[in-house]
Design a protein around this ligand. Structure first.
Ligand code: 5GP
Length: 129
């Protein structure tokens, strides 16, 4: 399901607030990391800024590039915590790319990665194949 801006706080904000269940595995003062509900790889985490001011990675890069760098830093720590030095970091930007939650986040994938993990987060209904 695609989240619209009119639906209020994003699903990630609601998890952070404890309003709905979610497995947060790491957090700092500005970024948190949770397990994806529909994992596409042995390790599939979502790296999310606590602020919901940025809908996607383009807005974040323009508005707060330091926070984007912090996301990479926290992703590296989360991967290490999961036992991985190497990982894939994916941002879906826009509906056409499969973005469904408009609160900027990165998919952190590690473990045995295959082509399926390249489509992390893409809703099946929105795909051509
Ligand atoms: P996007 O498609 O926007 O790039 O990624 C959104 C991701 O959020 C998807 O991979 C989806 O599985 C995940 N997701 C959606 N709703 C929930 C939820 O309620 N809990 C968790 N943990 N992940 C969710």
């Amino acid at each position: 399901m695609v989240e619209r801006e009119s639906t209020g706080p994003s699903v990630f904000t609601r998890i952070l607030r404890g309003e709905i269940p979610g497995e947060i595995v790491l957090q700092t003062d500005d970024v948190f990391v949770l397990k994806d509900i529909a994992p596409k790889a042995p390790v599939h985490l979502l790296v999310v800024p606590k602020t919901d001011a940025y809908r996607d990675v383009t807005e974040l890069a323009e508005g707060d590039p330091k926070l984007l760098a912090r996301m990479v830093e926290v992703a590296t720590a989360a991967a290490a915590q999961a036992g991985h030095q190497d990982f894939r970091l994916i941002f879906n930007r826009g509906l056409g790319a499969g973005q469904t939650v408009f609160h900027v986040h990165a998919h952190l994938l590690a473990g045995e990665l295959d082509e399926a993990s390249m489509t992390a987060g893409m809703a099946d209904a929105g795909r051509d194949t």
